[in-house]
Design a protein around this ligand. Sequence first.
Ligand code: TYD
Ligand code: MG
Length: 462
Amino acid sequence: MAKPHTRYVCQSCGASSPKWAGRCESCGAWNSIVEEAAEALAPKGQSAKGGRKIDFVELSGPSDELPRAVTGIAEFDRVCGGGLIPGSAILIGGDPGIGKSTLLLQVAARLAAKGSTIYISGEESIDQVRLRAKRLKVDQAKVALAAATSVRDVLASLDSTDRPDVVVIDSIQTMYVDTLDSAPGTVAQVRASAQELIRLAKRRGFVVFLVGHVTKEGVIAGPRVLEHMVDTVLYFEGERGHHFRILRAVKNRFGPTDEIGVFEMTDRGLAEVSNPSALFLAERRGDVSGAAVFAGMEGTRPVLVEVQALIAPSPFSTPRRAVVGWDTGRLAMITAVLDARCGVSLAGADVFLNVAGGLKVIEPAADLACAAALISSLTQTPVPADTVVFGEIGLAGEVRQVGQSDARLKEAAKLGFSKAFLPRRRRKQASGDAPLELIEIDRLAELVTRLGGDSTPHRKRA
Ligand code: TYD
Ligand code: MG
């Protein structure tokens, strides 16, 4: 009997069967069975039966310093950990239309000046890509372009030519392996296609970029399967209607994570933004209540953003809590701490919180700035315009230390701020040369008093 090309594997328990079923017979999970290729398209070396003996070596020993290819786009290179490592696989995820193809075409054009670069488009025709290249003014770059979706064709072409240095696959959801029956874009196809492409990239030592669209649930298609297979995962994010785009490293085997690169989408493609703080604060009005400037850190870089809050009497029995760019759970926590520890009740009020500019803030250090914006909106007292705020809030109403305060303060000083609300510092010596007036806030109630609120335990009406 001929060996079947595919098998069906339960993603929860790993049981495999020759046919698909809605429910796994072993573990009883529903909808967990996914088609998988039983054997690789381009197997390398020998099968397990005639397996070759592996040489083991000592942990210490000579290792080559990995040469990195730099694009010259500083915001991009930094997010990649200082450049691209040959043989690495990089996944770029993001919502459709956010600018992934634009970014990669610009990157490919830069890399083409240094080595052979291939751009394979599965989504757009040659003409469309050429038009974009013209618009981006990179049409003279020596990028080899093809429109293809069959992984078998792509592998055959990449294996037969001279070794390319960089290959862009746009997007992995359009690629298909012909040994699987599933449609392109399904978990099985995405995983099998990525596996084949990554294997070839490792073997031949080229950098492969895989573009992945993020599905509605916010995961790159195939329940994050791709994230484990690649060396680097970058997310390209931004709010629709805003020009800012943020490239964020969430995994990097060859560099730090949590770095961001900030870009602005212009009519001639993505432009680097080397001073994001200035950009995020550009439209700030200093004298309004309900706003506070948060001195945040994104990776190694300080970024100042404005946090805005609006508190309004709610016409509904269940008041609304809407948050853009921050965590709803942390907002709930802060309103609870304000209520329980500072006597500031937001019950019966709608609360809206917005991080201006479209940045998503994930640091707990933003707690104090969000609280300042909330209190300021409630008391109608503006936070002084020359003040930055940072600090984490604990459930007991205490303001906790956060890392890298010196970098935050330095950036604030650079942008012309003269005061900072911050947690009490353990290390006093650095404050001597701090260019700002430091106002240490030990408990959240102190901030309430400073912003014109009444923090005695009797209830304040929202
Ligand atoms: P695109 O790179 O096609 O997004 P993705 O590959 O992530 O789906 O970008 C599409 C958007 O970018 C589209 O709405 C038009 C806009 N855009 C510009 O504003 N300026 C430009 O120079 C280009 C090429 C695109
Ligand atoms: Mg695209």
